[in-house]
Design a protein around this ligand. Structure first.
Ligand code: BGC
Length: 924
């Protein structure tokens, strides 16, 4: 049976979209072969009945196209409406499939829908509060008690409902993190809303269905409001008030009664507030909750208690508001402790078995006033005792709960999240006072699109760890780590994006972050090292606004997204930003040289115009041989930057320029295409002149530089051959171990594969010696570490992050090479299956849910044969390319389109949609 799956704005039945021209997309699932779409009819109506009856259609679109997406061009959509749509698809075999009915709902499509007023609460922090530094200028850890903190506030207003309510929604956002309650009951399951974006340009608002709360009678809207990203201590050094120092909230409730009449209630100066039971609530420091101060009457109708103050109406507009219809931060998993033990007599340590980003929920039965502390950490010391590994200021990751004395009290932090595996609990008189504790994993909700497994459990664990670190760091923006910075370091995203896109549907999430990036681009074209770009980072990294490889994310990320999802709009939307960035590099290269090169003469002067050799760059960051010392365990992060920052920038200048020429071609910008092609040629010439010596060797002894040069294709053919050989020698000299930093590690295995160095490639992949991926697995890692030796071979741990996805960028290589799922045309319109059947594995299974549906490739050794099974989605075509093959039995695969080239030991099979099985015998 064939089926059509429908998506609106990339989601299934989204609620609360704010675009007037939503994007409809779909794919067909079928067991039949050779299917393609030849026509479709798409219909949109306001009611299901109209849609079914073909009456009062808002849009009917009939097309003979094979395209499986279209932007709505029907009658005007209205705010706060539900719409229904369906699709009739005609396939090339004549079959017609009718989809089920799908739905989408709009939120506020125009700013004038907002009638509520922003209201503000007091906040009196000085901006910015510079964290204390030690003698060397490093930020110091500060004891909790010394940190000046401000409370979270509670806001309320009564309202009455006089008629039966049919439908009601709350639209809400804030400066700070909010939680809405009606009559004391929490509304919705979103966490940490309105999340983190560059609020100046986009502040998300969320929508909640609340009709079930609204019986006839008097009710109370309550709002809890805490610092969050808006004014809490965030980022590297824990600066506060990065967006402002006054908390505020905007809430509008839309009510539709059974009799058809409508009403609304919004924040105004009738809302009152007081200090809440949260003495403070900070994203990094943690929160302190005094349950004795909680007065549940505050959130119930008729409350008149003392201490109620009036809110102030703010003169704040709605221009930056953006509806959030999907990707909300949610609790996506609950984890039970795997071990609990007592330490030093008065502490209980809980081990959840895996490193996560999130919080916990516990049931306590302490005495009134008893203070219970929960300290979170990712690691233990080498004797198995609890330690805090993150050393910067304001990274306390400690939540404090003061018991009310009730028999059983449930505590779950509301306004903070931590990076942890272990929690040290102190303040319990005996451990039975904590009846239960569970870890709650937080992440932005996104569809899982990839699955990988194979016969080697170490690789399976590695993929699991990669995905854990992905979940831990996709929390409203792509962050570097959940415990130290929680910030959108651009370079980390650039290297991990391809893996992220295999694992999850990243479109909405990354598109939104790219909008922040566009807003953060400087006038001169620079893209900041982190997005959103916070004041604390400007101060901390004074003089370093952009960096090669980090800022190139502006070009590389849209390109990756285009490749995965075939959506040209991501290239269009970001074209100006990319161009401005590349022009910035070009201008810098052309006009600036280091002092020692100022007086160069002759040919070199011309070449230097294309060499980007000034400014600070992170280079091939964290290259192991120059940044880590396995004996002492010390890490010198800056060394790899210092050693590579003269050469890495030109490599990225070249790569971004090449991509920009390709993108210009896709967008039919012919002149631009030629311009960037020519520019790339000049950079290549200059690079080879400047960095390759007369013998044809690159002037560097670092693997990473060879990897980047080969991957980006900057070398001339004769040099390339030499470089491949030299890279192999360097690796051999390093006993088969990798020595690549952040920028080059994504490509090392690909480069080795293209250099026909499969033995070295697998040696590296399966190495268990530090530095290597499987070293981390051997040491019991459950996530990806910031640095390979975050835990030393003797078990000593460091102050580095244990949850950085960056080095997990090998994930997509495994999908592409072991499972062999490769993209030949954007969006996987054309697929290549090229699993490496010579890999030292017994079987591999890979699956990726593309925009056309499921793509699958599996292989298994069966005696002397290997069975290869593939699945090709409807409307796509694939080629199967198998190396080192002597014999292929097609079983039921059509013979046309099949070639076995015995001299090359290669088999090619061309297939269109369907499932296919091949029996293969490898050359002996
Ligand atoms: C972050 C990285 C980031 C780097 C810049 C670190 O503090 O955690 O992942 O890319 O700084 O080099």
């Amino acid at each position: 049976m064939s089926q059509v799956r429908l998506f609106c704005e990339h989601e299934k039945n989204p609620i609360g979209i704010d675009t007037k021209r939503p994007l409809f997309s779909w794919y067909v699932q079928s067991e039949k072969r050779n299917l393609g779409q030849v026509a479709y009819i798409l219909r949109v109506a306001e009611t299901k009945e109209d849609l079914m009856g073909g009456r009062n259609l808002l849009w009917e679109y009939i097309s003979n196209s094979e395209e499986m997406n279209i932007i709505y061009k029907g009658q005007y959509l209205i705010s706060e409406e539900s719409y229904y749509w369906n699709l009739k698809v005609t396939l090339n075999d004549g079959e017609q499939i009718e989809s089920d009915i799908a739905k989408f709902e709009t939120s506020f499509l125009d700013m004038d829908c907002w009638k509520a007023k922003w209201i503000s609460l007091p906040k009196s922090r000085k901006i910015p509060d510079r964290p204390p530094l030690d003698e060397e200028g490093n930020a110091m850890p500060i004891q909790l008690e010394e940190i000046p903190m401000t409370p979270a506030y509670q806001v309320r207003r009564d309202f009455s409902i006089e008629k039966k309510v049919r439908r009601a929604q709350i639209y809400v956002t804030s400066h700070g993190i909010y939680q809405v309650l009606i009559d004391g009951k929490r509304v919705g399951a979103n966490e940490l809303a309105p999340e983190h974006t560059q609020y100046r340009v986009q502040l998300l608002y969320q929508r909640y269905e609340v009709e079930d709360y609204l019986t006839v009678g008097v009710h109370t809207i309550g709002i809890l409001l805490a610092d969050g990203w808006y004014s809490g201590r965030i980022g590297f050094a824990g600066d506060d008030c990065q967006y402002g120092n006054t908390l505020a909230v905007l809430l509008q409730m839309q009510i539709e009664y059974e009799d058809g009449s409508k009403d609304w209630i919004g924040t105004d100066d009738k809302f009152q507030y007081s200090i809440s039971a949260y003495a403070y609530a900070d994203l990094f420091v943690g929160e302190k909750y005094d349950a004795r101060l909680f007065n549940k009457d505050f959130f119930l109708p008729g409350f008149q208690g003392e201490g109620l103050l009036n809110t102030k109406v703010l003169n704040e507009g709605y221009g930056n508001l953006k509806a959030q219809a999907s990707n909300h931060i949610k609790v996506i998993e609950e984890i039970t402790a795997v071990d609990i033990w007592e330490e030093y007599g008065d502490a209980v340590v809980v081990d959840f078995g895996v490193v996560i980003a999130g919080k916990f929920r516990t049931i306590l039965c302490g005495k009134s006033g008893q203070e219970v502390r929960f300290e979170c950490s990712e690691i233990l010391d080498n004797t198995g005792k609890f330690i805090k590994n993150i050393q910067e200021s304001y990274k306390n990751q400690t939540d404090i709960y003061i018991c009310s004395g009730e028999k059983e009290e449930v505590y779950e932090p509301m306004f903070t999240y931590h990076g942890f595996r272990y929690i040290k609990v102190t303040g319990l008189k005996n451990k039975n006072e904590m009846k239960e504790i569970k870890a709650l994993v937080l992440s932005s909700e996104m569809k899982k699109t990839g699955e990988f497994s194979c016969s080697d459990d170490r690789l399976n664990q590695l993929q699991k760890n990669i995905f854990r670190s992905q979940l831990s760091n996709m929390i409203s923006i792509p962050t570097d780590c959940p415990q130290r910075e929680k910030i959108g370091w651009t370079g980390d995203v650039q290297i991990f994006a391809a893996t992220a896109c295999f694992n999850q549907d990243m479109r909405t999430f990354f598109y939104r972050w790219l909008a922040d990036m566009r807003a953060e681009q400087l006038e001169d074209g620079q893209i900041p090292i982190a997005v959103p770009y916070l004041g604390g980072y400007k101060r901390e990294f004074e003089g370093i606004t952009s960096s090669a490889g980090w800022s190139d994310t502006a070009v590389i990320l849209p390109w990756i997204l285009y490749c995965y999802y075939g959506d040209r709009s991501v290239l269009e939307d970001n074209y100006d930003m990319m161009e401005k960035w590349v022009r910035y590099i070009q201008h810098t290269a052309e006009t600036k040289n280091p002092e020692e090169l100022e007086n160069c003469k002759g040919e070199r002067v011309e070449h230097l115009r294309y060499i980007w050799n000034t400014g600070f760059h992170f280079g091939d960051w964290l290259t192991p041989s120059v940044s880590i010392n396995l004996e002492t365990g010390t890490v010198d992060m800056m060394q790899s930057a210092i050693l590579t920052m003269d050469i890495v920038p030109t490599l990225f200048f070249f790569y971004s320029t090449i991509l920009l020429s390709k993108i210009s071609k896709i967008l039919y910008k012919k002149e631009k295409q030629y311009f960037y092609e020519k520019l790339a040629d000049k950079i290549k010439e200059a690079f080879c002149y400047e960095y390759v010596d007369e013998q044809g060797d690159i002037k560097s002894e670092l693997q990473g530089i060879y990897v980047l040069s080969l991957q980006f294709g900057i070398l001339k053919p004769d040099m390339e051959k030499k470089a491949r050989k030299r890279l192999a020698e360097l690796i051999q000299k390093n006993h088969g171990k990798l020595d690549t930093g952040f920028m080059s590690v994504p490509y090392i295995l690909d480069v080795l594969k293209n250099s026909n160095e499969s033995t070295l490639m697998y040696q590296m992949l399966f190495s268990e010696e530090c530095p290597s991926w499987l070293y981390e697995i051997k040491m019991g890692a459950t996530s990806i570490w910031e640095s390979w030796q975050a835990v030393l071979p003797d078990g000593r741990s460091s102050s580095l992050s244990m949850n950085h996805y960056s080095f997990g960028c090998v994930g997509d290589w495994m999908y592409r090479n072991l499972a062999g799922i490769q993209m030949l045309e954007p969006g996987y319109k054309k697929i290549r299956f090229a699993p490496d059947l010579c890999a030292p594995l017994e079987w591999v299974k890979g699956k990726y849910i593309s925009i056309y549906g499921d793509i699958r490739c599996e292989w298994e050794k069966k005696g002397v044969d290997i069975i290869v099974a593939v699945e090709v989605p409807v409307n796509t075509a694939a080629e199967i390319v198998l190396d080192n093959v002597e014999e292929v039995r097609l079983d039921d695969v059509p013979a046309e389109g099949f070639t076995l080239c015995r001299e090359m030991k290669k088999a090619f099979v061309c297939v269109s949609s369907g499932m296919y099985k091949l029996k293969v015998r490898l050359c002996s």
